[in-house]
Design a protein around this ligand. Structure first.
Ligand code: NAI
Length: 249
């Protein structure tokens, strides 16, 4: 049912975790993929392992990098049909603890990036007669969470920005949706553990008690993104989809 043959995709944060798994799956389903990431070593390595893929070193918080990345999609594949705005970072702190620099960085990487990547991709999608943008929110963007105030604020903004973009760009036949992962086994959990000074195992300790008996895998999120990217989701736009196994994020 999900066939992405001929689709041209750009995935940010594609060097690891959810982004890499999604780039792999989109390619398996027939898409050509631009993998964009700040981490050039891991990104190059990932792109080499994926058929019909190229890498773009891209800091998604910088307009010039985003413009160049979308330009590469046009050069390499002739356009963009699918944009997965996935790159993200977390800082585990309260409003009293967070530095102004960290606040600005989280907002730039998690939310400003979506404006930047999308503003360069939308004209190419419109030119092609439509497209699909998937933004990465989080369960914490809906319900909040402890000691991650900038992250929760940025992800809440992603959720509502998704609806606004879906309304604005529907007439251009561009669908815009948001996927909200729950805890997913990626480097981000290890990064959080380091910031909190806890062993990473503590993030997995209660996994068996969750409704489906586990936390998410990157592939769990990737398959939802593949659906949203595909024509099978032709009437799905402005949706905010939790992919969390009914667990708390
Ligand atoms: P990850 O840490 O494995 O991957 C994030 C990727 O983004 C890395 O490859 C990193 O190099 C890249 N990145 C960071 N800053 C960047 C920048 N300025 N420009 C370009 N690339 C940059 O983490 P994961 O879990 O795969 O995260 C993907 C998305 O999923 C993020 O938006 C995250 O907030 C979201 N998410 C993850 C959850 C989890 O439990 N892992 C839960 C809810 C949401």
């Amino acid at each position: 049912m999900i066939d992405l043959t001929g689709k041209r995709a750009v995935v940010t944060g594609a060097a690891s975790g959810i982004g890499r798994a999604t780039a792999e799956l989109l390619a398996e389903l027939g898409a050509s993929v631009v993998l964009a990431d700040l981490n050039a070593d891991a990104g190059e390595e990932a792109a080499k392992a994926i058929p019909n893929a190229v890498f773009s070193r891209c800091d998604v918080s910088r307009a010039a990098d985003c413009e160049r990345t979308i330009g590469l999609a046009r050069e390499a594949f002739g356009g963009v049909d699918v944009l997965f705005n996935n790159a993200g970072i977390i800082r585990r702190s309260t409003v009293c603890e967070i530095t102004e620099d960290d606040w600005d960085l989280v907002m730039a990487v998690n939310i400003k990036s979506i404006m930047l990547m999308s503003r360069y991709a939308v004209p190419l999608m419109a030119e092609a007669g439509g497209g699909s943008i998937v933004n990465t929110g989080s369960g914490w963007g809906i319900q909040g969470g402890a000691q991650a105030v900038s992250y929760c604020a940025s992800k809440g903004a992603v959720v509502n920005m998704t609806r606004a973009m879906a309304i604005d760009h529907g007439p251009q036949k561009i669908r815009v949706n948001c996927v909200c992962p729950g805890d997913t086994a990626t480097g981000m959990l290890a990064d959080e553990a380091r910031q909190l000074g806890e062993p990473v195992e503590s993030f997995y300790a209660d996994a068996a008690d969750r409704p489906l008996g586990r936390i998410g895998t990157p592939r769990d999120i990737a398959s939802t993104v593949a659906f949203l990217a595909s024509d099978a989701a032709a009437f799905v736009s402005g949706a905010v989809l939790a992919v969390d196994g009914a667990g708390t994020a």
